[in-house]
Design a protein around this ligand. Structure first.
Ligand code: ZN
Length: 307
Protein backbone atom coordinates (compact mmCIF):
# COMPACT_ATOMS: atom_id res chain seq x y z
CA UNK A 1 0.00 0.00 0.00
CA UNK A 2 1.18 3.52 -0.77
CA UNK A 3 2.29 5.19 2.44
CA UNK A 4 0.99 8.73 2.91
CA UNK A 5 1.64 11.14 5.75
CA UNK A 6 4.65 13.03 7.06
CA UNK A 7 8.16 12.28 5.84
CA UNK A 8 9.95 14.72 8.19
CA UNK A 9 9.68 17.96 10.15
CA UNK A 10 12.45 20.59 9.94
CA UNK A 11 12.99 23.33 12.53
CA UNK A 12 15.49 26.03 13.48
CA UNK A 13 17.39 25.67 16.72
CA UNK A 14 20.04 27.45 18.76
CA UNK A 15 23.54 25.96 19.29
CA UNK A 16 24.09 22.53 17.74
CA UNK A 17 25.67 20.80 20.78
CA UNK A 18 22.68 21.64 23.01
CA UNK A 19 20.22 20.54 20.32
CA UNK A 20 22.08 17.26 19.83
CA UNK A 21 22.27 16.61 23.55
CA UNK A 22 18.57 17.15 24.13
CA UNK A 23 17.23 15.18 21.20
CA UNK A 24 19.60 12.21 21.42
CA UNK A 25 20.20 11.97 25.17
CA UNK A 26 17.01 13.26 26.79
CA UNK A 27 14.58 12.07 24.09
CA UNK A 28 16.70 9.12 22.99
CA UNK A 29 16.35 9.69 19.25
CA UNK A 30 19.09 8.41 16.97
CA UNK A 31 21.25 10.93 15.12
CA UNK A 32 20.77 9.39 11.66
CA UNK A 33 22.62 12.00 9.61
CA UNK A 34 25.13 14.72 10.31
CA UNK A 35 25.41 16.94 7.28
CA UNK A 36 25.20 20.63 6.38
CA UNK A 37 22.42 22.86 5.14
CA UNK A 38 22.90 22.41 1.38
CA UNK A 39 21.67 26.00 0.87
CA UNK A 40 24.03 27.36 3.58
CA UNK A 41 26.96 24.91 4.01
CA UNK A 42 28.47 26.80 6.96
CA UNK A 43 25.68 25.46 9.20
CA UNK A 44 24.76 21.94 10.19
CA UNK A 45 21.72 20.02 9.17
CA UNK A 46 21.13 17.40 11.87
CA UNK A 47 18.65 14.58 11.28
CA UNK A 48 17.16 12.55 14.14
CA UNK A 49 15.02 9.45 13.71
CA UNK A 50 14.64 5.79 14.52
CA UNK A 51 17.27 3.06 14.06
CA UNK A 52 16.96 3.03 10.27
CA UNK A 53 15.85 6.62 9.77
CA UNK A 54 12.57 5.55 8.20
CA UNK A 55 10.28 8.18 6.66
CA UNK A 56 7.83 9.39 9.30
CA UNK A 57 10.38 9.16 12.12
CA UNK A 58 12.54 12.11 11.05
CA UNK A 59 12.93 15.43 12.88
CA UNK A 60 15.67 17.68 11.50
CA UNK A 61 17.27 20.94 12.61
CA UNK A 62 19.22 23.84 11.19
CA UNK A 63 21.16 24.90 14.30
CA UNK A 64 22.20 28.55 14.36
CA UNK A 65 24.68 29.65 17.02
CA UNK A 66 23.04 32.98 17.90
CA UNK A 67 19.48 32.57 16.67
CA UNK A 68 16.79 34.90 17.98
CA UNK A 69 13.80 33.00 19.34
CA UNK A 70 10.84 32.49 17.03
CA UNK A 71 7.25 33.27 17.88
CA UNK A 72 4.50 30.75 17.31
CA UNK A 73 1.67 32.14 15.22
CA UNK A 74 -0.63 31.70 12.29
CA UNK A 75 0.83 30.07 9.19
CA UNK A 76 3.14 27.74 11.06
CA UNK A 77 3.46 24.37 12.72
CA UNK A 78 2.53 24.89 16.35
CA UNK A 79 3.29 21.48 17.79
CA UNK A 80 5.28 18.43 16.74
CA UNK A 81 4.26 15.19 18.47
CA UNK A 82 6.03 11.85 18.85
CA UNK A 83 4.47 8.40 19.30
CA UNK A 84 5.27 6.32 22.34
CA UNK A 85 3.60 3.18 23.70
CA UNK A 86 0.53 4.17 25.76
CA UNK A 87 1.92 2.38 28.80
CA UNK A 88 5.10 4.50 28.68
CA UNK A 89 3.49 7.87 29.46
CA UNK A 90 4.25 7.52 33.18
CA UNK A 91 7.87 6.58 32.50
CA UNK A 92 8.30 9.67 30.31
CA UNK A 93 6.62 11.98 32.83
CA UNK A 94 9.19 10.88 35.40
CA UNK A 95 12.01 11.25 32.90
CA UNK A 96 11.11 14.84 32.00
CA UNK A 97 10.96 15.74 35.71
CA UNK A 98 14.28 13.99 36.35
CA UNK A 99 15.89 15.89 33.44
CA UNK A 100 14.45 19.23 34.54
CA UNK A 101 12.27 19.58 31.42
CA UNK A 102 9.16 21.63 32.22
CA UNK A 103 5.99 19.99 30.91
CA UNK A 104 2.27 20.68 30.96
CA UNK A 105 -0.21 18.51 32.86
CA UNK A 106 -1.18 15.34 30.99
CA UNK A 107 -4.23 15.87 28.75
CA UNK A 108 -6.29 13.64 26.49
CA UNK A 109 -6.36 14.71 22.84
CA UNK A 110 -8.50 12.63 20.49
CA UNK A 111 -8.60 10.02 23.26
CA UNK A 112 -4.83 9.73 23.55
CA UNK A 113 -2.72 10.77 26.57
CA UNK A 114 -0.62 13.76 25.51
CA UNK A 115 2.35 15.15 27.41
CA UNK A 116 3.40 18.59 26.13
CA UNK A 117 6.82 20.10 26.72
CA UNK A 118 9.43 22.29 25.02
CA UNK A 119 12.96 21.63 23.89
CA UNK A 120 15.77 23.99 25.04
CA UNK A 121 14.91 26.44 22.22
CA UNK A 122 11.24 26.57 23.12
CA UNK A 123 10.10 24.26 20.32
CA UNK A 124 6.67 22.90 21.23
CA UNK A 125 6.81 19.11 21.38
CA UNK A 126 4.52 16.40 22.72
CA UNK A 127 4.68 12.72 23.55
CA UNK A 128 1.48 10.86 22.71
CA UNK A 129 0.68 7.43 24.08
CA UNK A 130 -0.74 5.22 21.34
CA UNK A 131 -2.02 1.66 21.10
CA UNK A 132 -0.07 -0.61 18.74
CA UNK A 133 3.02 1.61 18.85
CA UNK A 134 5.01 -1.21 17.25
CA UNK A 135 8.19 -2.93 18.37
CA UNK A 136 10.70 -1.23 16.09
CA UNK A 137 12.57 1.20 18.30
CA UNK A 138 16.03 2.64 18.78
CA UNK A 139 17.45 1.76 22.18
CA UNK A 140 19.73 4.62 23.21
CA UNK A 141 22.01 4.61 26.23
CA UNK A 142 19.36 6.10 28.49
CA UNK A 143 16.01 5.29 26.87
CA UNK A 144 15.32 1.54 26.64
CA UNK A 145 13.58 0.21 23.53
CA UNK A 146 10.48 -0.58 25.57
CA UNK A 147 9.79 3.15 26.12
CA UNK A 148 11.53 4.62 23.08
CA UNK A 149 9.90 7.11 20.74
CA UNK A 150 8.40 5.28 17.73
CA UNK A 151 8.64 8.17 15.30
CA UNK A 152 6.45 11.17 14.65
CA UNK A 153 2.81 11.04 15.70
CA UNK A 154 1.89 14.17 13.78
CA UNK A 155 1.91 17.93 13.67
CA UNK A 156 -0.61 20.64 14.55
CA UNK A 157 -0.77 23.63 12.21
CA UNK A 158 -2.02 27.02 13.38
CA UNK A 159 -4.12 28.62 10.64
CA UNK A 160 -6.42 31.53 9.99
CA UNK A 161 -8.87 29.18 8.25
CA UNK A 162 -8.74 25.39 8.01
CA UNK A 163 -10.60 24.66 4.76
CA UNK A 164 -8.06 25.68 2.08
CA UNK A 165 -5.29 23.69 3.79
CA UNK A 166 -7.62 20.74 4.38
CA UNK A 167 -8.31 20.55 0.66
CA UNK A 168 -4.60 20.24 -0.12
CA UNK A 169 -4.20 17.47 2.46
CA UNK A 170 -7.10 15.40 1.15
CA UNK A 171 -7.03 16.14 -2.58
CA UNK A 172 -3.27 16.14 -3.20
CA UNK A 173 -1.29 14.65 -0.32
CA UNK A 174 -3.33 11.49 0.22
CA UNK A 175 -4.72 12.15 3.71
CA UNK A 176 -8.35 11.70 4.79
CA UNK A 177 -10.55 13.41 7.39
CA UNK A 178 -10.13 11.69 10.75
CA UNK A 179 -12.26 13.62 13.24
CA UNK A 180 -12.89 16.88 15.06
CA UNK A 181 -12.40 17.92 18.66
CA UNK A 182 -13.07 21.51 19.70
CA UNK A 183 -11.31 23.72 17.15
CA UNK A 184 -9.06 20.84 16.05
CA UNK A 185 -9.67 19.12 12.72
CA UNK A 186 -7.62 16.00 12.17
CA UNK A 187 -6.43 14.32 8.98
CA UNK A 188 -4.70 10.96 8.68
CA UNK A 189 -2.49 9.38 6.06
CA UNK A 190 -2.18 5.65 5.45
CA UNK A 191 1.12 5.38 7.36
CA UNK A 192 0.86 4.52 11.05
CA UNK A 193 4.02 6.49 11.80
CA UNK A 194 3.87 10.22 11.11
CA UNK A 195 0.39 9.88 9.71
CA UNK A 196 -1.46 12.74 11.42
CA UNK A 197 -1.91 16.40 10.56
CA UNK A 198 -4.20 18.42 12.82
CA UNK A 199 -5.44 21.87 11.84
CA UNK A 200 -6.23 24.47 14.49
CA UNK A 201 -8.13 27.42 13.04
CA UNK A 202 -7.69 30.59 15.08
CA UNK A 203 -8.84 33.63 13.15
CA UNK A 204 -7.18 36.92 14.08
CA UNK A 205 -4.09 35.48 15.78
CA UNK A 206 -0.64 37.05 15.20
CA UNK A 207 1.41 35.66 12.32
CA UNK A 208 4.35 33.40 13.12
CA UNK A 209 7.86 34.82 13.27
CA UNK A 210 10.62 32.38 12.35
CA UNK A 211 13.52 31.82 14.74
CA UNK A 212 15.00 29.28 17.13
CA UNK A 213 12.40 26.74 18.19
CA UNK A 214 10.13 27.33 15.21
CA UNK A 215 9.36 24.84 12.46
CA UNK A 216 10.69 25.83 9.04
CA UNK A 217 8.68 23.31 7.01
CA UNK A 218 6.98 19.95 7.12
CA UNK A 219 7.53 17.30 4.47
CA UNK A 220 5.01 14.80 3.15
CA UNK A 221 5.78 11.41 1.63
CA UNK A 222 5.81 10.44 -2.03
CA UNK A 223 6.70 6.85 -2.91
CA UNK A 224 8.88 7.88 -5.86
CA UNK A 225 9.56 10.58 -8.44
CA UNK A 226 6.44 9.74 -10.48
CA UNK A 227 4.12 10.02 -7.48
CA UNK A 228 5.80 13.29 -6.52
CA UNK A 229 5.44 14.68 -10.04
CA UNK A 230 1.73 13.84 -10.06
CA UNK A 231 1.26 15.69 -6.77
CA UNK A 232 3.21 18.65 -8.14
CA UNK A 233 0.97 18.79 -11.21
CA UNK A 234 -2.15 18.70 -9.05
CA UNK A 235 -0.81 21.66 -7.04
CA UNK A 236 0.02 23.67 -10.16
CA UNK A 237 -3.49 22.95 -11.48
CA UNK A 238 -4.77 24.61 -8.29
CA UNK A 239 -2.75 27.72 -9.04
CA UNK A 240 0.02 27.09 -6.47
CA UNK A 241 3.68 27.77 -7.19
CA UNK A 242 5.81 24.63 -6.85
CA UNK A 243 9.63 24.60 -6.96
CA UNK A 244 11.75 22.49 -9.28
CA UNK A 245 12.82 19.15 -7.82
CA UNK A 246 15.90 19.48 -5.58
CA UNK A 247 18.25 16.61 -4.77
CA UNK A 248 18.56 16.40 -0.98
CA UNK A 249 20.88 13.37 -1.19
CA UNK A 250 18.63 11.19 1.04
CA UNK A 251 15.40 12.07 -0.77
CA UNK A 252 14.33 14.34 -3.63
CA UNK A 253 12.08 17.27 -2.86
CA UNK A 254 9.68 19.84 -4.20
CA UNK A 255 8.39 22.72 -2.08
CA UNK A 256 5.33 24.93 -2.04
CA UNK A 257 3.59 27.30 0.34
CA UNK A 258 0.13 25.95 1.09
CA UNK A 259 -2.81 28.40 1.15
CA UNK A 260 -2.60 28.81 4.96
CA UNK A 261 1.00 30.02 4.71
CA UNK A 262 2.86 26.92 5.94
CA UNK A 263 5.86 25.79 3.86
CA UNK A 264 5.19 22.23 2.67
CA UNK A 265 7.66 19.86 1.04
CA UNK A 266 7.00 16.61 -0.77
CA UNK A 267 9.92 14.22 -0.31
CA UNK A 268 10.49 10.83 -1.93
CA UNK A 269 10.85 7.75 0.29
CA UNK A 270 13.95 6.86 -1.71
CA UNK A 271 16.93 6.57 -1.60
CA UNK A 272 17.02 6.97 2.22
CA UNK A 273 19.74 7.59 4.78
CA UNK A 274 21.81 4.46 4.08
CA UNK A 275 22.80 5.81 0.66
CA UNK A 276 26.16 7.16 1.87
CA UNK A 277 26.94 5.21 5.08
CA UNK A 278 25.82 1.82 6.45
CA UNK A 279 22.81 1.64 8.80
CA UNK A 280 25.07 0.68 11.74
CA UNK A 281 27.12 3.85 11.26
CA UNK A 282 24.34 6.36 10.57
CA UNK A 283 25.15 9.80 11.95
CA UNK A 284 28.72 9.02 12.96
CA UNK A 285 30.59 11.04 10.31
CA UNK A 286 30.01 14.44 8.70
CA UNK A 287 28.51 13.61 5.30
CA UNK A 288 28.67 16.06 2.40
CA UNK A 289 27.10 15.83 -1.04
CA UNK A 290 29.61 15.36 -3.89
CA UNK A 291 29.43 19.04 -4.88
CA UNK A 292 30.55 20.18 -1.42
CA UNK A 293 33.15 17.47 -0.79
CA UNK A 294 36.02 19.56 -2.31
CA UNK A 295 35.28 22.22 0.36
CA UNK A 296 35.26 19.80 3.31
CA UNK A 297 38.25 21.37 5.11
CA UNK A 298 36.76 24.89 5.02
CA UNK A 299 33.32 23.62 6.03
CA UNK A 300 34.68 21.59 8.96
CA UNK A 301 36.68 24.60 10.12
CA UNK A 302 33.57 26.78 10.58
CA UNK A 303 31.21 24.16 12.04
CA UNK A 304 31.02 23.95 15.86
CA UNK A 305 32.28 20.69 17.36
CA UNK A 306 29.57 18.18 18.22
CA UNK A 307 29.80 14.55 19.25
ZN1 ZN B 1 12.74 19.13 4.38
Amino acid sequence: MVQTGLHHVTAFSGPAPRNLDFHTRVLGLRLVKKTVNFDDPGTYHLYYGDAAGRPGTILTFFPIERAAPGRVGVGETQETAFRIPRASIGWWTHRLIEKGVAHEPLVQVFGEPTLRFRDPDGMMLALVGVDDAGDEAWASGEVPAEHAIRGLHGVTLLLERAEPTAAILTDVLGLHAAGREGNLIRFAGSAAIGGLVTLRAVGGFLPARPGAGSVHHIAFRAADDAAQAAMGEALVARGLHVTEQRDRQYFRSIYFREPGGVLFEIATDTPGFAVDEPIEALGSALKLPAGLEPHRAEIEAVLPKVA
